[in-house]
Ligand binder design. Sequence first.
Ligand code: HPA
Length: 269
Amino acid sequence: MEELKKAYNYVYNIIKRKVSYGLILGSGLGGVTDSFENKIEISYNEIPEFPVSTVPGHDGRLVFGEYNGKFAVLMKGRFHFYEGYEPSRVVYGVRLMKLLGVEKLIITNAAGGVNTEFNPGDLMIITDHIGLFAPSPLRGPNFSEFGPRFPDMSYAYNPELIRIAEACAKKLNIPVRKGVYVFTQGPMFETPAEIRAIRILGGDAVGMSTVPEVITANHCGIKVLGISCISNMAAGVLDQPLSHEEVMETGDRIKPLFISFVKEILDRI
Ligand code: HPA
């Protein structure tokens, strides 16, 4: 908490105002902030105690700006469990957002398609998640300033935000999917047997991010909207190996559509 307060003081002294919503976007979607006005950028490494990202393609800064009269922050570059961070460090930015006043959070990611009806390039509104395969970011003493010891996760993905996202997809004529996102620790992709097991458990998509942030956001009462870009079919669905290049390629291809979808949502929240 002391660390977080230092980070908060540092950032607040620069921006000097409350932030309404936050964005944590998968790599390549930073273009959303092109439409922000009066931008202020703060590099992670100048913020006291803030973790620093190690993944190529994830640059590390907070981008603040006005969008439709509301003040927003984008975390450009995020932290993953597979990089070696403690789960509580992965979610540092979410807690900082809470201190800055954030009420709604939009999180996007790249994910493997487990549901065989899906295709690479599909967008999926996350309706729920399965996070059983990794330690919780809330493990350890409870930060009661943020929320209760045993937070409810019944509506982890806010139903109203899901409705808004669906309406936006309809307006833009984007054939969006809905489904359950399953968190795996990574950094290796899953085995075909793991993917079959995940399918039986009820998963539609699989990925290595998002769930820790969503748990933390729910703990501290931030409403979440989650959207996955299905960047590849998960292991064993097709008779071919998986690669990070494929994930990046699909992400690049879908980027303009994904950005316009997120902007449309921002117009309505
Ligand atoms: N598995 C896990 N994470 C991912 C995948 C996948 O197939 N694709 C993109 N992120």
